[in-house]
Design a protein around this ligand. Structure first.
Ligand SMILES: NC(=O)c1ccc[n+]([C@@H]2O[C@H](COP(=O)([O-])OP(=O)(O)OC[C@H]3O[C@@H](n4cnc5c(N)ncnc54)[C@H](OP(=O)(O)O)[C@@H]3O)[C@@H](O)[C@H]2O)c1
Length: 508
């Protein structure tokens, strides 16, 4: 195996205090504290770093630490080190308080000052919104009123905002305006945890560091691009949120468009936060808007009916799930075609789909290349149309890696071709260090690197693309839901979307 090209080891992030709002919640327990544990293990947090959890759950430093004592080993598994945790837990503090009461923020300011002084931590603050979205703006405004957002004497103040970022264009704009009243745009880090995944970060490196790939990344060689985010689970315990949001709102403006813009963007002139995000924003601005009449032909919606999962378990219809309206018009599947108005992507469709209760859980980007001329085979029984096209597969999850489907001769006296697949797997090559996917994002936010975070303009451009679809769907409620059985690849119209253009979805 070749050794990786040598790069200097990563330095610990600068010292500071991280405040987690929603410290009693699921995200904190399952992702944030484990991610901070892995960062501690890897020496990527400063010795002068501490965490303050804020929540209305009754408690103090000791009870919060004790709750984490119980929860953490389960999320870390066999890698859990009691010594490492003992070292980390004494940097964790708790403040009981209500996000809607100014008093909590006055007390927070005092606590930050006190811990900073005791632990010799400079006045750098990272505020992480691990809360339901209705609190994002409320907390930002109260932080501002408590004097906790202004950057003075070279100290930084940053806010990390979780998804969902608004419910539509209007609410996203309102939220951006509220955040901008309290913070400068450069202080705001909007998370899309897909962008924290290794394979997504690798797309750019792979495209631009390989001379066999970079020249063919355009309309001359690429026939189309497919992006799939397939989940096997149903709505689980998220009905309260999901039945109001649906698959389009939940996945398109953030994850799917983020993946598309990384594939489609022009090379930035530097691996720098603003340069990379400028190129991604440009892509979203030049996606052809979907006209209302095109919603009917270019966008497919679906909702799962009862069916069976891959292991044969019978599962109920979406409308029979606990907490879901029995006549819910909410889509659990969406597939659509987008075109990008650029020289590079002229005539190259991007097909995007996502759904719940699919047969297999996976996220991938498939780049399908145009057919070779195949003159060689013109007099043989190998017909051009029977030769599968080359496909480059960027696997985001599970089993992160890159695959290439190509054709090769079958060993035999008669000319016979067979498609084969060449595979690179991250885990096989680099080994698998357990992570939550949040380590890079927390580390980057502490270091002040915004490259992997969404800017206000990309968020609003994403919603502007989705808006016409939401409008048409609300004017024309679905008449055929549940139109795909659980455990299948969505409604037949999703296949037709591609078949009508002589293409088909890759089956995993
Ligand atoms: N969970 C995940 O894996 C995940 C993944 C991706 C994104 N996210 C996003 O991350 C955010 C947090 O998700 P979550 O699942 O952790 O949320 P959550 O479980 O609802 O946690 C939020 C915490 O805030 C507390 N809280 C609610 N109202 C409060 C108030 N007025 N004052 C003080 N504390 C209050 C909650 O207490 P109560 O329980 O008493 O209300 C809870 O402990 C959401 O925006 C979500 O969309 C979550």
């Amino acid at each position: 195996m070749n050794e990786p090209i040598e790069t200097p080891p990563a330095e610990p992030a600068p010292p500071g205090l991280m405040v987690i709002f929603g410290a009693g919640g699921d995200l904190t327990r399952r992702k944030l504290i484990p991610a901070l544990y892995y960062l501690t293990r890897d020496g990527l947090l400063s010795d002068r770093f501490a965490i303050i959890g804020v929540d209305h759950v009754e408690g103090n430093d000791d009870s919060f630490r004790a709750r984490l004592d119980d929860a953490l080993p389960a999320f870390i598994g066999e890698d859990f080190s009691p010594d490492l945790w003992a070292h980390m837990r004494q940097r964790i503090f708790y403040l009981e308080g209500d996000f809607l009461e100014d008093d909590a923020f006055t007390r927070l300011a005092r606590r930050l000052e006190e811990i900073g002084r005791q632990r010799d931590i400079p006045d750098n603050h990272l505020y992480y919104m691990a809360t339901p979205p209705r609190f994002f703006g409320e907390i930002a405004s109260r932080l501002h009123r408590a004097g906790l957002t202004a950057e003075t004497e070279g100290h930084w103040r940053r806010i990390v905002v979780e998804k969902p970022f608004g419910q539509d264009l209007q609410s996203a704009r309102v939220l951006n305006n509220t955040l901008h009243d309290a913070f400068e745009e450069r202080q705001i880090y909007r998370i899309d945890h897909y962008l924290g995944k290794e394979t997504v970060q690798n797309i750019l490196m792979y495209r631009l560091a390989n001379s066999t790939v970079e020249p063919i990344w355009n309309y001359r060689y690429i026939d189309h691009v497919q992006i799939t985010v397939a989940e096997t689970v149903g709505v689980e315990n998220r009905a309260g949120y999901y039945d109001r949001a649906g698959a389009l709102r939940d996945m398109l403006p953030n994850h799917l468009l983020a993946l598309m813009s990384v594939v489609a963007m022009e090379p930035a002139n530097a691996l720098d936060g603003e340069a990379v995000r400028d190129e991604q924003a440009k892509i979203l601005r030049i996606v052809q808007p979907i006209e209302p009449q095109q919603v009917l032909t270019q966008v497919v919606r679906g909702q799962y009916a009862a069916g069976r999962t891959a292991d044969g378990t019978h599962v109920p219809a979406y409308r029979s799930e606990p907490g879901v309206d029995p006549e819910s018009p909410t889509e659990t599947f969406v597939a659509l075609k987008l075109m990008i108005d650029s020289w590079r992507w002229a005539g190259v469709p991007f097909y995007l789909r996502t759904g719940k209760r699919m047969p297999v859980r996976y996220t991938e980007i498939a780049i399908q290349f145009k057919h070779a001329p195949n003159m060689l085979f013109k007099d043989s029984f190998v017909k051009r149309e029977n030769i599968p096209p080359n496909v480059l597969i960027l696997r985001i999850q599970p089993n992160e890696g890159i695959g290439m489907c190509f054709n090769t001769k079958v060993p035999s006296p008669v000319p016979q071709l067979s498609p084969v697949q060449m595979d690179f797997s991250y885990a096989d090559y680099f080994g698998q260090a357990p992570t939550t996917g949040y380590e890079t994002l927390i580390y980057d936010a502490l270091c002040g690197d915004p490259t992997l975070f969404k800017r206000a303009d990309t968020i609003e451009a994403g919603w502007a693309l989705v808006e016409p679809i939401l409008d048409v769907w609300s004017a024309l409620p679905p008449r055929d839901f549940g139109n795909y059985p659980a455990g299948t690849w969505g409604p037949p119209e999703a296949d037709a979307l591609m078949h009508d253009e002589g293409r088909s979805w890759r089956k995993c």
